[in-house]
Design a protein around this ligand. Structure first.
Ligand SMILES: Cc1cc2nc3c(=O)[nH]c(=O)nc-3n(C[C@H](O)[C@H](O)[C@H](O)COP(=O)(O)OP(=O)(O)OC[C@H]3O[C@@H](n4cnc5c(N)ncnc54)[C@H](O)[C@@H]3O)c2cc1C
Length: 542
């Protein structure tokens, strides 16, 4: 590679994925020679952390990974310690650190790659609005200036803004023309400030997944409330009532509480090796074969694990459960919201034996890296990708579960009368002059504040970004399949309208869902995909 060429590599987006790419590039380059110039573009004031781990955000939001499972070790050249060694106090392996703390760590990692002498990084604190190409390379429009040419551009944009779904669009119009308040969950710092005006009000939360747990903490702890001895002690500054809801009204299942309990859900080495082989075959198979291959890996492992808890589920029962999961995820679980919450806690603390779903979800969590390794480089046919991704997304209710402490806090909030789950499962919702009425059977509640916590799909068709629509119009960026993200190859290169690799234009992360799987994790940001991208850059630039 010509190390003297000025800024030949551009990275757009400096969240964890942009940082992972910089580290992978630095790790792949030889130590000797002058530094290689890279320019990064991002207006977010938290380089390396991005908006989701921004150290300026609310302190109350937690990571969804316990200390014991955080596997984002720095590259060999780095002077940074591992996260577990970096945190000042002796960490409890079962603790779920705050995202703010992780953000500070990621910023430290960025400082290190910035100053390690292999890369000469310049940071434009600006968004990129457009990209175009001529025979000299890529040009990026940022701050009204076209910059370039760059031989290589990596888009690591996270989840760009999307068009609102019909419900949200209607509610935005409603909030604009009435006294109703519609708020976004993020940034949480902003939500925390706005929530100071909501004392005594009824607040509804659209969505009952991990973000709803962030919101509950912001509306309670963030307003001066306190959890102690399994009880919630209000400050008087929180809303009078909080009503989360979703289609099925079920909260996600917490992760096993302790390292020892979690270890009981670990697949054995040979079982994982078998899965690695199967998922690589599944990724290039037809949908039915893919299902069969995954089932054949999961059934014996789940059966063996359940037996260690004294549960003789039998292969047929596990197979039936998985059959329903492929067709209609979650439809096997018929319990109510509170029952699901309490049963989840009991399984996560080891007081109740795990169900087939709980055991399968934990095994699936432990196979996420193998899943990515088999699927991501494979070039999976769209119908097969759709079912494998659907299966992975469905099992997230177990595999991406919250800390058990957050589930217990929810119980405490229900007992204190602050949270109600009476409207959690698909309530009938109507608009009123000052908000929304949520109705379930004969029960109704009026909320004057609605918080949206639903994460939009990375559907390229719904994304509102001049940068991406320009690239689509010019034929460089194409959609993997309807409802999915971009078509990319194993090294992240975008596949253009002619089915060729767009020269020197790559995309990593959530916006490539379909071409890749299991993107919503820090582990993926520092995983093999960044290494393949870095190798591709070095190969192309000679
Ligand atoms: C609220 C929330 C909490 C999460 N918590 C966890 C967790 O606890 N554990 C976990 O493993 N994962 C978590 N995730 C998943 C998370 O998305 C990833 O772990 C990680 O943040 C993805 O990093 P990224 O760099 O791909 O995207 P992001 O972190 O979103 O970074 C993308 C960056 O690109 C920039 N950008 C976008 N467009 C442009 C443009 N046109 N020009 C310049 N810059 C641009 C943005 O400003 C941003 O800084 C969470 C996600 C969310 C939304």
């Amino acid at each position: 590679m010509d190390r003297n060429s000025a800024e030949r590599i551009a990275i757009v987006g400096l969240g964890p994925r942009g940082l992972g790419a910089l580290e992978a590039l630095a790790a792949a380059l030889p130590r000797e020679g002058p530094p290689v110039s890279v320019i990064v573009f991002d207006a977010c004031p938290a380089p390396g952390a991005g908006p989701n781990f921004d150290p300026h955000e609310s302190e109350v939001c937690r990571l969804n990974i316990p200390m014991r499972d955080i596997e984002i070790d720095p590259p060999a050249f780095s002077r940074c310690r591992r996260f577990v060694e970096w945190v000042a106090e002796a960490p409890d392996p079962d603790d779920f650190p705050s995202r703010v703390k992780m953000g500070r760590y990621l910023e430290t990692r960025y400082s290190d790659v910035w100053s390690n002498g292999v890369l000469a990084i310049s940071h434009q604190m600006q968004r990129v609005e457009r990209a175009r190409r001529d025979e000299n390379g890529w040009y990026l429009l940022s701050g009204h200036v076209w910059r370039g040419p760059y031989a290589e551009v990596l888009l690591a944009l996270g989840q760009p803004e999307t068009s609102p779904d019909d419900q949200l669009a209607e509610w935005r119009r409603h909030a604009d023309t009435s006294s109703a308040t519609l708020a976004e969950a993020y940034p949480t710092k902003q939500l925390q400030v706005r929530a100071a005006d909501w004392a005594g009000k009824t607040v509804a939360i659209r969505g009952f997944a991990l973000s709803a747990f962030d919101i509950l903490r912001v509306l309670t702890l963030g307003q001066g409330g306190r959890f102690d001895g399994g009880r919630y002690h209000p400050s008087g500054r929180e809303p009078a009532r909080i009503a989360p809801f979703s289609f099925d009204g079920k909260p996600p299942f917490p992760k096993p509480e302790t390292e020892a309990l979690d270890a009981r859900f670990s697949p054995m080495t040979q079982e994982t090796e078998r899965f690695s082989v199967s998922i690589a075959k599944a990724a290039i198979a037809d949908p039915q074969q893919a299902r069969d291959l995954v089932d054949a890996s999961l059934i014996p492992v789940v059966g063996r694990i359940l037996q260690t808890f004294g549960v003789d589920a039998g292969s047929q029962r596990i197979s039936d459960w998985l059959g329903q999961e492929w067709e209609d995820p979650g439809s096997q679980e018929t319990g109510g919201s509170l029952e699901t919450l309490q049963h989840g806690i009991a399984m996560a603390e080891g007081a109740s034996a795990p169900t087939v779903g709980f055991a399968a979800g934990q095994v699936w969590r432990k196979w996420q890296n193998e899943l990515r390794s088999g699927f991501n480089p494979a070039g999976t046919p769209p119908e097969t990708a759709e079912i494998l991704i659907g299966f992975d997304e469905g099992l997230k209710r177990y595999s991406y579960g919250p800390p058990i402490a957050s589930s217990r806090e929810l119980v405490a909030l229900i007992e204190a009368g602050v949270v109600t789950l009476d409207f959690a499962a698909d309530p009938e919702i109507s608009l009123t002059p000052s908000g929304w009425t949520l109705k379930k059977a004969d029960n109704a509640v009026e909320a004057t504040v609605m918080i949206d916590s639903v994460m939009p799909n990375p559907d390229l068709g719904a994304v509102r970004s001049p940068l991406l629509s320009g690239l689509q119009d010019d034929g460089w960026l194409t959609q993997f399949a309807e409802g999915f993200g971009a078509r990319t190859s194993a090294d992240g290169s975008l596949i253009d309208k002619n089915g060729e690799k767009a020269p020197g234009l790559c995309l990593l992360g959530r916006l490539a869902l379909g071409s890749v799987v299991a993107v919503d994790s820090l582990h993926d940001c520092f995983g093999a995909a960044s290494g393949r991208w870095a190798k591709g850059v070095i190969d192309r630039m000679g």
